[in-house]
Ligand binder design. Sequence first.
Ligand SMILES: Nc1ncnc2c1ncn2[C@@H]1O[C@H](COP(=O)(O)OP(=O)(O)OP(=O)(O)O)[C@@H](O)[C@H]1O
Ligand SMILES: [Mg+2]
Length: 293
Amino acid sequence: MAQRLRQRRGLVAGGGWDAAHALLAAAAARRDDPVTTPPARPRVGVDLGTASCVLVVLDRDDDGEDRPVWVASAGSGALHDGVVVDFARAVATVRGLRERAQEALGVELPRAATAYPPCIPVADARACTYVCEAAGFDEVALVDEVSAAQRTLGVTDGVLVDVGGGSTGVGVFRGGELVRLDDRPGGGHHLDLVLAGALGIGLEDAERVKRERPAEALPILTPGLHRIAESVRAMLEPLEEPADATDLPLHLAGGALMLPLAGDVLATYLHRTVVTHPHALLITPLGIARSAP
Ligand SMILES: Nc1ncnc2c1ncn2[C@@H]1O[C@H](COP(=O)(O)OP(=O)(O)OP(=O)(O)O)[C@@H](O)[C@H]1O
Ligand SMILES: [Mg+2]
């Protein structure tokens, strides 16, 4: 009954995503309980986010399935909207995460993949590679964040909406191919600014209220969520086929819409089907690791 009601309102959770959701749950579990036996063939993903830098190490189990063995994150403050603004700090953050992972797993991690947000200049995208090289990785593959998220979820026909700390990216997939990509400022940090202003508190306290008392935060943040929805609508303006996305469901990735009921707010505002996924914060980092050499 509840599921039918949610579907009528345009919001569908789960259903057909069991493998991806199991991978996300396994990655989330590794945060508190890292594997300490050396992986046979480690693949490393480095997500240089605005809010935090996440390092994921995957191994393959005997039946060829990806198995997360290490997941850790650190706030760096070294990026804004996906652009590296403090190179030395970004390098120190990645190096620290890499060293911790190497020590815990008992292996060298010489290779990694990293990702850049859609639509940034080539030079800024390359900076993400240089950060990883300066942090000690010899070989670094570079992918775009939206394609990385798709590698985790396996969306073939749908819109991936990644709302991170600083920006909102959209990627339209048809037949598994990326046919349209866009990105605009606006994400969880902007929600914190709204909450801090409304409650007369600092940004750190606002972040805490958002996570720990979401029912209190939601009414204050609803106009901010509408702004994010409006930005998604603008990025998905109807176009000629195949880039048009009018008929496709929206899949939410990224941390900012992990606020409970945020997906419903978007679904209601946009009159579209919105699919939420658990541990949305880890969708992009996991997909980056899956892209690693
Ligand atoms: N449980 C939660 N409820 C609400 N918001 C959350 C929750 N967990 C994380 N966030 C928000 O998610 C944002 C971080 O998400 P994410 O890690 O996807 O961003 P990022 O990759 O660092 O940023 P970007 O992709 O914009 O560079 C932060 O603004 C944080 O406040
Ligand atoms: Mg991100």
